[in-house]
Design a protein around this ligand. Structure first.
Ligand code: PEP
Length: 252
């Protein structure tokens, strides 16, 4: 049985006052909620504060990115050691916005995953095709090559610890969601790839989240799909009311 996992990726949003309000709202509703694993991913600058607010609650803390070295002359970067130090347990790696705007490659992401694992952080590896790639029938080819590149050289027992987020780029922040059927098909395909690379038991235990315009009114149908084990939520995680409804999808 794979426990569902729902993450809120705040991206580059919120001021410190808004962060306090949002976190307090989330703790009120989700602080003791254990039906699903809940993770929030605030911007780096708020991690320490949010980490201290979340202490003793069932909401986990994650970062939106990190560098692959532990320390050194890497101006502007944040290391896994620092993330662990402020209480992070998860880190998003390979988000399409980082691939698109910051030139991240599968090879970089692979290095980051290996370091994150070494530090005991759970990587949330994002994969997904762009619109033109889907339209030209190359969605599976793209996702498969991202998986192979990003997971190269990682052993099966480590892969079991990774969460994968399938995020079709055309559905991120656009209001356009993959249909539950499209999501299920790609999640199935990802699991088959994992099986080929790491064996059946690893493939069956890895949790695969869907991401791309997830909202309170579409989460339930997505979660009903056999291979959808959770969601990575952007825009709708910026309000406590909507994120709480998404996390508590099973109660509505
Ligand atoms: C994301 O950035 O991971 C995401 C899925 O964003 P949104 O929910 O806004 O589409």
């Amino acid at each position: 049985m794979r426990k569902s996992i729902i993450g809120g990726n705040w991206k580059m949003n919120k001021t410190s006052k808004e962060v306090e309000e949002l976190v307090k709202g989330l703790i009120q509703e989700l602080g003791d909620y254990k039906e699903v694993d809940t993770v929030i991913f605030p911007p780096f600058i708020y991690l320490e504060r949010v980490g201290s607010l979340l202490k003793g609650t069932s909401i986990a803390l994650g970062a939106q990115n990190m560098f692959w070295e532990e320390k050194g002359a890497y101006t502007g970067e944040v290391s896994p050691l620092m993330l662990v130090d402020v209480g992070c347990r998860y880190v998003i790696l390979g988000h399409s916005e980082r691939r698109q705007h910051f030139g991240e490659t599968d090879n970089w992401i692979n290095r980051k995953i290996k370091t994150a694992l070494r530090f005991g952080l759970t990587p949330v590896l994002c994969v997904g095709e762009r619109l033109e790639e889907r339209k030209s029938g190359r969605a599976e080819e793209i996702v498969s090559s991202q998986l192979k590149g990003c997971l190269s050289g990682i052993n099966p027992s480590q892969v079991e610890k990774i969460v994968i987020a399938y995020e079709p780029v055309w559905a991120i922040g656009t209001g356009e969601t993959a249909t539950p059927h499209q999501a299920q098909q790609m999640h199935r395909f990802i699991r088959e790839n994992l099986q080929e690379m790491f064996g059946e038991s690893v493939a069956n235990s890895v949790r695969i989240q869907y991401g791309g315009s997830v909202k309170p009114d579409n989460i339930k149908q997505l979660m009903q799909q056999q291979d959808v084990d959770g969601a990575l939520v952007g825009g709708a995680s910026l309000s406590a009311a909507s994120f709480v409804k998404i996390v508590k999808y099973g109660e509505n």
